[in-house]
Write a new protein. Structure first.
Length: 264
């Protein structure tokens, strides 16, 4: 799908959503007056505040390939929807105050399709088979984004629907990458709580996809490992660059802040 003006796709991490100052929202809305916006939100901190057990180490599983994922049951899906509804109300209000209309979509309502999920997970030192409602993204239907126009924002909760018809949890950064590729976005901005990618303790301002993937497999951990994986998928899907950082969106898009990842 293409739009006359390519959309600006922004993933706003769940750990940062409540920390963004008014100036950050002013900047996003100012950019949005001239560009269609797609904002994909996380929910990590609000979910942990909802129920203390979601903050416990046992709530996170690691698959046989070393990838981390939240152990997701139907109850967890319901709780994700609960906290996401609250987040959506907040974001819609913040953007409305700044002249941007916002339409919320839940990825599992036809926008994002997921494949078969991993069934083998490490519990302690044992690899066991578990039902975990998590699945990798295999497709996005951009026809549901009918109003990609300046002054309008789509706010997307990154759930998905698998081939069995189940609603599943999926990684928000990778969902944003798939959505950016499907909507012919030129850039993907991953807003997190760190200013740059750090390699050996030093900030990286610019890096190729190949070098980023090498670091991902060699030394990246946790959330940054997922962000680098998402960046590679976005670039492979035709997105021209991915920017990771914590600054104003316009500063990151102008490459005044953050880490820029490019195909070569």
């Amino acid at each position: 799908m293409s739009a006359e003006t390519p959309p600006t796709v922004v993933k706003l991490g769940g750990s940062t959503l409540h920390a963004m100052a008014d100036a950050w929202w002013d900047d996003l809305a100012g950019h949005g007056r001239d560009h269609p916006l797609i904002l994909v939100h996380g929910w990590s901190k609000p979910l942990k505040r909802l129920k203390p057990e979601y903050a416990e180490p046992s709530a996170i599983l690691r698959d046989r390939y070393g990838n981390q994922s939240r152990w997701t049951t139907p109850e967890v899906i319901a709780d994700i929807k609960t906290v996401s509804a609250g987040l959506a109300e907040q974001v819609i209000g913040l953007l409305a105050d700044r002249g941007i209309t916002t339409e919320r979509l839940i990825g599992g309502d036809g926008l994002v399709r997921a494949g078969e999920g991993e069934r083998w997970w490490w519990r302690g030192k044992e690899l066991v088979e578990l039902d975990n409602l998590v699945g990798p993204i295999v497709g996005v239907d951009p026809s549901l984004l009918k109003n990609l126009q300046p002054g309008h924002c789509y706010l997307i909760t990154p759930l998905a629907r698998n081939t069995a018809g189940q609603e599943v949890n999926t990684d928000g950064d990778r969902a944003a990458a798939a959505i950016a590729a499907a909507t012919s976005a030129t850039s993907l901005t991953l807003v997190t709580d760190v200013a740059h990618l750090l390699i050996d303790g030093r900030p990286v301002r610019r890096i190729t996809a190949e070098a980023a993937a090498e670091f991902r497999d060699r030394g990246a951990t946790g959330g940054m490992r997922k962000k680098l994986r998402a960046a590679g998928e976005a670039l492979a899907g035709g997105v021209q660059r991915v920017v990771i950082g914590s600054a104003l969106v316009t500063d990151m898009l102008a490459e005044r802040s953050g880490t820029v990842i490019t195909p070569a």
